[in-house]
Design a binder for this molecule. Sequence first.
Ligand SMILES: Cc1ncc(COP(=O)(O)O)c(C=O)c1O
Length: 462
Amino acid sequence: MRERKRISSHELRGIKTAPKKASIKTAEVPGPKSVELGKLKEKYISKAIGLSAPVYVDRAEGSLIHDIDGNVFIDMGSGIGVTNVGHSPKEVVNAVKKQAEKFTHLCFMVTPYEGYVRLCEKLASVAPHPGLAKSVLYNSGAEAVENSVKISRHFTKRPAAFSFVHAFHGRTFLAMALTSKEMPYKAGFGPLPETYKVEFAYCYRCPYKMEYPSCGVACADKIDEIWSTPQFQGKVACLVGEPVAGEGGFIVPPKEFYAKVTKICRKHGAVYVDDEIQTGAGRTGKMWAIQHWPGVEPDILVSGKGIGGGFPVSATTGRAELMDAPQVGGLGGTFGGNPVGCAAALAQFEIIEKNMKNVPKINAYMTKRLREMQSRFPIIGEVRGMGAMMAIELVSDAKAKTPAAKETKATKVAAMKKGMILLSCGTLDNVIRLHPSIMMPDDLLEQAMDILEASLEEGIKG
Ligand SMILES: Cc1ncc(COP(=O)(O)O)c(C=O)c1O
């Protein structure tokens, strides 16, 4: 009997066997089909929607993005830290299909369903401490952040919130108020709700011009000092913080920082809200980044991005007395905890739990390569980050630490032209961030680092 040829899912979908690495086919990047769509984008989409890499996507799988012109890119952005286990993992796709065939929407507040309950159960079971017992689900990170402040205000009966300089918490009103960077996030959109900024532990650019560890993490003590002034006494409901500042430039505070910060929150009777939207879902090698600061117990944990398997799922998970404080109907939303999103999230959590062990290896390789690049290119002022969340801060003068924003942008563009999607960040627009899937194969990560090195070489010329 003749052996029947196995037909791959690619062939079934009419897709030729995909290359397993970056490859550029068009003379210019973006290619001609992307340029055509770009013209329609100009015509029909608000100019306020900026694009990092204007290559229009046909499909994405694992760590590769295929554009409509036939170019293949390594994805080092993961859709801004969302596809933590790669694009369209089959377990997520199967769970989504199965759920979509049953029902796509009901609204949990009208007629409940198991997926919502199971996802909240999962969030409690993977929480950094057993006190984080109850959740509410939403659609976006900003919405979850907003609700964490609503809950904190309701519980404490206080109006204000603190957040950190360099923070990013989203684009809705309260989340925007908590965000630090004026341009482009806040300019022209005020007035904003009542929030105040306290300094973050950005040791490379210490706001108090001190040195770690001799500083004794004095920046945290300063928070207490400010909080103790009459202006803030009895007024602040919560402090919202990212364990590693994401948009702010992948800034990792020293190991003593959060124990001090959470103690200060307790002293002032306020809630500590841990925004894990960018750092969470296994990206740093633990489920939540705050777990790298032992003994720190946030009162509310906010998650989004990476928990949803690419679907818009976010959550506030908190202590029961906090989460139960608001009146019935005070929290929720039409689409929050959408059944297809819940199915995707539950499948995604399983993959994350199985694959978080890859993160130290990815981190070690990226760190090694970035440090080698730092010794080659003096423009790299600092290599920093955690797990599969690494960054380089570019400075045109190493001593004065002059931010090299132009070179950062040029490096990003050069990377796109060479077949890699790269994101920048930083309050001073001078940080290149690397956000690979925690399942990126070794050979792709190696190619990604090679492309970064070549792109830096070009980008430095501006
Ligand atoms: C730490 C953090 N919080 C909140 C948000 C807002 O999330 P979303 O864009 O889903 O509203 C982001 C998005 O980048 C983020 O990084």
